[in-house]
Write a protein that binds this ligand. Structure first.
Ligand code: CA
Length: 539
């Protein structure tokens, strides 16, 4: 009876889960009970642990030749386990890979990845992943200590049913992204950094018209972004919110009165989109912003050509262009610097900030034969040694200890995008369950980046309406999974059409709002409110 009911609920969760539904629930309860007879430990034959970890549509625990990455070799040695990667290293869609595993009832021991929380917890509450609470208490002293010292993190990773299923990734620090502008162009045209919306707009139009790159052509692109969804965030300049977490799919912030609302349906948002449509038409926004490939834009528009003016982006990976030798050989004055947010309406604010627990991490399958070995491996990443490996890689190779602190080698720093290099070559900086330290990033953030970090931290200009990581009940998850993808896909299409002028905002806005409601925008707000109220009550 219970099993039937669970299967019925699960079947509507996602299409893929229909394959998985019924076998999973039945095999659940025995797994947690088997922990006490585990033979895992520091001595004897290593315990084999199969791990399916797939993130960013490309990263797994192995390198291009299929060899286990050094951090996981080290983790295996330290915990007497033999880590076996079971994820397909050349597959290009992490979520698809995860859902394929669901269809096979999650046969590996550990599952992990980026942005998998809601999907994974949905399966977990049906028994596909085991509760970790007792395992942590008994076998994971380092995770346990961290949870005791960080109740906000503990609350964020505790599911609506009171269980912890997933050890989640946490990034240190608050500042993630900031506004950056070409300081050399400002100097050339005789501007100070903008402190008001009007000043910013004047500067962007001057970038367009006054040939700051000096080649005699009107080829400047005043505003650029690596991701077009980040460009949508510019509605912040008109006082509107766009996203409620670091995830572009989360669009339901909380207002000053504790009310959740859908950011993409407000009058302020419409005003912001009208502003962006004008900027797009006027050539202020990159005309190709909606079609460019992620992580090629700054390289293309700053390094290959000298045409990009302003952006809102990550600190380290943006300011590193100040030290790009090719750029400096061509444009010796090239320099991007940060400035604080401005606003056409009301108080300026920075919307983006780092979450106390990312929807990334890993969990133990109900099919895991040795959950004690699995939790001990996870616990190792909360030891000093494991945390250092996850952040910095391998001592003597990617870092050395200097005055008791890990310091990246010059070879690593010279790679530029240190995080990507570490992921691909060491298995450090993958979004598994560990705590990232800011010092890792500070080391490859140059002076302009650190200046931005300190400016934003000091100004404390974040909207106080950042939605904390929320945990849905099964019923709420059902609604979430039904609504989120069709609604966001529709919104992305329509808002893009409004900005690019393919559709008229005045004529189309009413129908857009109506359709969003038909697709469940109000239901989404309702379940988010319920989860947020629970979060507040748990404080
Ligand atoms: Ca020019």
């Amino acid at each position: 009876m219970m099993k039937k009911m669970l299967c019925a609920i699960l079947a509507v969760l996602t299409a893929a889960s229909m394959f998985a539904a019924c076998g999973v629930a039945s095999s659940t309860s025995s797994a947690a009970g088997s922990t006490s007879q585990s033979g895992s430990g520091a001595s004897g034959e290593p315990v084999e642990l199969e791990i399916h970890f797939h993130s960013d549509n490309r990263h797994t625990l192995v390198d291009k030749d299929g060899n286990l990455l050094p951090v996981f070799e080290l983790a295996g040695e330290a915990t007497n386990t033999k880590i076996v990667n079971t994820a397909n290293p050349v597959a290009q869609n992490s979520m698809e890979q995860f859902q394929l595993q669901a269809a096979e009832q999650f046969p590996a021991d550990i599952y992990g990845g980026k942005s998998i929380k809601n999907t994974l917890i949905g399966y977990a509450m049906q028994g596909a992943f085991i509760p970790l609470n007792d395992l942590i208490d008994e076998y994971a002293p380092n995770i346990k200590a961290y949870l005791e010292e960080n109740p906000d993190y503990k609350a964020a990773i505790t599911s609506a049913d009171g269980n912890i299923y997933m050890i989640q990734f946490r990034q240190a620090g608050t500042t993630g992204k900031a506004y950056f502008i070409r300081q050399d162009w400002l100097d050339k045209l005789g501007f100070e950094k903008p402190t008001t919306f009007e000043e910013l707009e004047t500067i962007l139009y001057a970038f367009r018209d006054q040939d700051p790159n000096g080649n005699g052509e009107k080829d400047e692109i005043p505003y650029i972004n690596e991701r077009w969804r980040e460009t949508i965030r510019l509605v912040n300049l008109w006082g509107a919110r766009a996203y409620s977490s670091e995830n572009f799919d989360d669009r339901t912030p909380v207002d000053a009165n504790g009310k959740i609302y859908h950011a993409w349906l407000t009058d302020e948002f419409r005003e912001g989109i009208e502003g962006l449509a004008k900027w797009y038409k006027d050539g202020i926004i990159d005309p190709q912003t909606f079609t460019r490939q992620t992580n090629t834009v700054k390289q293309l528009l700053w390094a290959n050509k000298d045409v990009g003016g302003m952006t809102h982006e990550w600190l380290a990976s943006t300011t590193m262009f100040n030290e790009n030798e090719d750029i400096l050989a061509r444009t010796p004055d090239f320099r991007v610097e940060s400035f604080l947010p401005v606003s056409a309406n009301g108080e300026p604010f920075e919307e983006h900030r780092r979450s106390i627990a990312q929807p990334d991490g890993w969990a133990i399958s109900a099919n895991c034969e040795d959950p004690v070995a699995a939790i001990k491996l996870m616990d190792w990443f909360f030891t000093e040694e494991g945390n250092r490996a996850a952040n910095f890689g391998i001592e003597g190779e990617s870092y050395t200890m200097v005055d008791g602190k890990p310091q990246f080698t010059q070879e690593v720093l010279d790679t530029g995008a240190v995080n990507i290099y570490l992921r691909e070559n060491y298995g450090a900086q993958l979004n598994l369950g560990y705590i990232s330290v800011y010092d890792y990033e500070r080391q490859w953030t140059n002076e302009a980046g650190i200046e931005a970090y300190e400016m934003y931290e000091d100004a404390d200009i974040w909207s106080n309406t950042w939605t904390p990581p929320l945990n849905f009940t099964m019923e709420e998850l059902k609604v979430y999974n039904r609504v989120i993808s069709p609604l966001n896909t529709y919104q992305d299409e329509k808002i893009t059409a409004f900005i690019t002028g393919k559709e008229d905002i005045e004529a189309g806005w009413g129908a857009y709002v109506e359709q969003c409601k038909k697709l469940g925008a109000d239901d989404l707000v309702e379940i988010t409110q319920a989860a947020y109220d629970r979060y507040l009550a748990a404080q």
